[in-house]
Design a protein around this ligand. Structure first.
Ligand code: C5P
Length: 358
């Protein structure tokens, strides 16, 4: 698809992409591996709640084009920065801004995955073509709708959208073919465990640390009430607390029968069955760290949800509902009942990360 942006005579000055939030319909967590990550068996589904990422050439071509080699420190106006605590390295990103929901808590430096995604695309294009490839410095503008630190892959969605936008912008600017999907998936996996799924979208079975994906066919539309929380939860914290809690106990069986049953229910579009099969092994840990979430889950059931789970590592709670009206009611009732919560609705599955008109 990126070939349509191969326009060497009039390169794009700006590209925008959007990527969607996810919910884990099934999340079985195995033991920690030597690299610290946990072996997962998960079924991801994308929700139609999206962040957008716009990437813009920072200045005119002559001011900002960066053709240097990777040999060391260059002048800062040619795109070389000291990124937080890390060693001095090059970047094509001149600045990053964030607007929208919870934007004040999103980092605006090189620790932001969207920033790293842009540089990863630049490095991969230069590896595929030539190290001397002329690329512009860029600015990144993220607009957030996905709750931050909410267990819905908001940061990963931003990285996936940044991968798409940077691939289109840089390849158009340099007049070369864009990176193909296989390379994009590889870059996504290097950025984070949920980034490959955000790139992929729809519904998928994830294995490994979540990056090995197989598409799961589905029918129908699923309606969700999502209850976000004013106070986020740290994913590493939840995983390490999970280890402590389950220490000495037999770790969760990956349960192929369970995922097979869920896949069959999704393929049949049977919402009731999907609701009955929702599973999240991190939920008990999230509820232990944040006992207040028990009330949220309870309130969702009382308001008429078919089923409710903590989404991923939390604290957002996701309630599967019979239809959109029921979802609206659950979201409104829980928000009204429990201080510090925000109810919203979404439907699933949504698309992969994609370019949008800017
Ligand atoms: O891959 P990502 O950087 O998004 O993961 C964030 C953190 O979540 C990791 O540092 C790790 O603590 C935890 N994690 C894990 N096992 C996974 C995925 C994430 O332990 N499969």
């Amino acid at each position: 698809m990126a070939d349509e942006f191969f326009t060497p005579t009039s390169p794009n000055k700006s590209c925008t992409a959007r990527a969607f939030a996810k919910v884990n319909l099934h999340l079985a967590v195995g033991p920690a591996r030597p690299d610290g990550f946990h072996e997962l068996v998960t079924i991801f589904q994308s929700l139609d709640l999206a962040d957008t990422v716009r990437i813009t050439c920072a200045e005119t071509e002559s001011d900002s084009a960066c053709t240097s080699d990777d040999s060391g420190l260059q002048e800062s106006n040619r795109g070389y920065f000291v990124a937080h605590d890390s060693p001095i390295h090059d970047t094509f990103v001149q600045g990053l801004t964030v607007t929208g929901q919870d934007s004040e808590s999103v980092p605006t430096d090189a620790s932001n995955l969207a920033w790293q995604a842009v540089d990863a695309v630049a490095a991969a294009l230069r590896a595929e073509h030539t190290k001397e490839l002329t690329l512009p410095q860029v600015t990144i503008a993220i607009n957030k709708n996905i709750p931050v630190a909410g267990g819905m892959a908001g940061g990963s969605a931003d990285a996936a959208a940044a991968l798409r936008a940077a691939n289109a912008l840089f390849s158009s600017y340099a007049g070369v073919a864009a990176l193909d999907e296989q390379v994009m998936q590889k870059l996504a996996a290097q950025l984070g465990s949920d980034v490959p799924f955000c790139l992929h979208g729809h519904t998928a079975l994830g294995q490994g640390r979540g990056e090995k994906l197989h598409a799961v066919p589905t029918t129908g539309v699923y309606h969700w009430a999502l209850v976000a929380n004013a106070q986020g939860l740290s994913t590493p914290h939840v995983f390490s607390a999970f280890d402590e809690l389950s220490d000495g106990l037999r770790k969760t069986d990956p349960s192929p029968e369970e995922t097979a049953a869920l896949e069959a229910a999704l393929q049949a579009g049977n919402t009731q069955q999907v609701a009955a099969l929702l599973r999240n092994d991190l939920q008990a840990t999230a509820l232990q760290i944040r006992p207040d979430l028990r009330k949220v889950v309870q309130a969702g059931y009382q308001a008429g949800a078919l089923a409710g789970i903590v989404s991923g590592s939390g604290p957002t709670c996701a309630f599967l509902c019979a239809d959109e009206q029921a979802a609206r009611q659950v979201a409104a009732e829980v928000e009204k009942k429990i201080a510090g919560t925000r109810g919203l609705i979404a439907s699933s599955p949504a698309a992969r990360a994609e370019l949008v008109e800017s």
